[in-house]
Design a protein around this ligand. Structure first.
Ligand code: SF4
Ligand code: SF4
Length: 142
């Protein structure tokens, strides 16, 4: 660990979303747990059944968001995530996944796909800041 550095510990020290939309693309999405489902329904002002019918893909016990044209149904080219406050927690966590702390290769992989990751600081510095942010979960919302 690098010593004697007084990190401000803002998310922006290690990540600023470039709004490229990469993480919202693909033929599947992250899954939603029960809290995610309720938060999304509340945000949309719908019942869970209505949201399920319009926006979710349910496979057994797995609930994901539908995709359209190769991206999450809530993604808009113009405005990005259209359900931002009601998005699943896994969307809010990306790309600052805790697995980065245990394996430098995980950061390298995420850096390749996410242009918002700070590429100018070392792995040790990155982990120092991310570790502190994870201790204070409120700072993981960005
Ligand atoms: S891939 Fe990274 S920079 Fe692009 S939209 Fe997702 S979080 Fe933002
Ligand atoms: S809910 Fe929002 S952030 Fe998550 S994949 Fe869909 S558009 Fe992207």
């Amino acid at each position: 660990m690098t010593k004697n550095k007084n990190y401000s510990c803002n998310v922006s020290d290690i990540f600023i979303c470039a709004r490229c939309g990469y993480c919202c693309h693909g033929e599947t999405t992250v899954s939603l747990d029960e809290d995610d489902q309720q938060r999304m329904a509340d945000k949309l002002g719908m019942t869970n059944e209505e949201v399920k019918k319009n926006f979710w893909r349910v496979t057994g016990s797995i609930v994901q968001m539908k995709t359209i044209d190769g991206h999450c149904i809530f993604y808009s080219e113009e405005s990005g995530c259209t359900v931002h406050e009601g998005r699943p927690w896994r969307c809010g966590q990306w790309p600052l996944h805790p697995s980065i702390l245990s394996d430098e290769n995980n950061l390298a992989t995420i850096r390749e796909s996410c242009p918002g990751i700070n590429k100018t600081i070392s792995y040790q510095e990155f982990c120092e800041i991310l570790g502190r942010l994870i201790k204070d979960r409120n700072k993981m919302v960005f």
